[in-house]
Design a protein around this ligand. Structure first.
Ligand code: PMV
Length: 329
């Protein structure tokens, strides 16, 4: 990796959130999944050099992380080994061609802010780390491809999720709709006709690591049964890809409903998610399902554009903490 550009001038980068349209959980077992960026929510990182007076220390003690939304400011040298942001910084520094880094770099601060709710399935962890890697890469004068950034962010996802499939870092770093299969080359999802999705937040944070571990326990107890379920989910994701390519929204909605039913059997839905899914369908959505790790976080509803506001209002009326209307194109 060559260093280039004008290193050590202030650098900024942003990354969008994401939603999974089809295939969560089964994707961990090699099935395809579809995900799209959500530009309405963003994480932003700014890296700027500190003067020796601001940071007299060298090496990791001279590198400050400011997580503005969490109101935390700490030195890299003090970060916990499981801190994904610290891992993102260390992994990016390791790409610098000189072994003298960070000794050759000035002390710096990496400030982060994000409008993506944490633990809600909107890709907060991947977006924060993508913004951090890109901003620090630019500060150091590194030219990192999207595939390289995705690979670095995948390493940080392991700290958050345990055994991530890699879908979050892929859709967030490539910032386009993706058809994702673990361990395979990233494929862009072609969207035949734009479609509208309402995202409803239960307001209940949930750890993807836990729901993924619970599904693994179920799978270990009856591998043939769960492999069949995951195959069915994979089949839905393949059919959904075709429906999206052909612009067939009503069929896509039916597939969402079927995917939600299979996620319920995996025990990753919740009464709150089921209520929002039910209300979306009964107010005219073409289909609805939970999105992401489940148990809390977000659900999605496929809607006709003219019904989007009505369905979003209905979701808030029955308890959605927040709604986002997004067009996939
Ligand atoms: O909660 P999220 O959106 O980060 O969901 C992750 C999707 C899972 O399939 C549940 C896990 C994974 O690593 O793919």
């Amino acid at each position: 990796m060559a260093a280039q550009g004008n290193p050590f001038t202030p650098a900024q980068a942003s990354a969008s959130g994401k939603v999974i349209l089809f295939g969560e959980h089964a994707v961990v077992y090699g099935q395809p999944a579809l995900a799209v960026p959500v530009a309405q929510v963003q994480a932003t990182a700014v890296v700027s050099a500190l003067s020796p007076a601001q940071a007299p220390e060298r090496l990791e003690a001279g590198i400050w992380i400011e997580a503005r939304d969490l109101r935390r400011r700490y030195q890299l040298s003090e970060a916990s080994p499981n801190d994904p942001l610290a891992a993102a910084i260390r992994l990016t520094l390791a790409r610098y061609p000189s072994s003298a880094v960070p000794a050759s770099a000035p002390p710096f601060a990496l400030a982060l802010s994000s409008t993506i709710p944490i633990g809600s399935g909107l890709g907060s962890g991947a977006a924060v780390c993508t913004a951090a890697v890109r901003a620090l890469g630019a500060f150091l004068g590194l030219s990192l491809s999207s595939a390289e950034v995705s690979g670095l962010v995948y390493e940080t996802e392991k700290l958050l999720h345990g055994t991530p499939s890699g879908i979050d870092n892929t859709v967030v770093t490539f910032a386009c709709p993706v058809y994702f299969v673990k361990g395979q080359t990233n494929e862009t999802l072609r969207v035949g006709a734009p479609f509208t999705v309402v995202i409803g937040d239960t307001g209940i944070p949930a750890l993807t690591k836990e729901s993924v571990a619970d599904v693994r326990r179920l799978w270990e107890e009856d591998i043939p049964h769960w492999e069949k379920v995951f195959d069915e989910v994979g089949d839905l994701a393949r059919r959904a890809r075709e429906a999206i390519e052909r612009g067939n929204a009503s069929y896509l909605g039916e597939l969402m409903n079927l995917n939600h039913a299979l996620l319920q059997t995996m025990t990753v839905s919740s009464p709150d998610l089921d209520r929002l899914v039910h209300v979306a369908r009964s107010t005219g959505a073409l289909g609805a399902k939970l999105s992401g790790g489940g148990r809390g976080g977000n659900m999605i509803a496929l809607v006709k554009p003219e019904r989007a506001e009505i369905i979003a209002n209905a979701l808030r009326t029955v308890g959605a903490r927040n709604t986002i209307i997004t067009t996939v194109q």
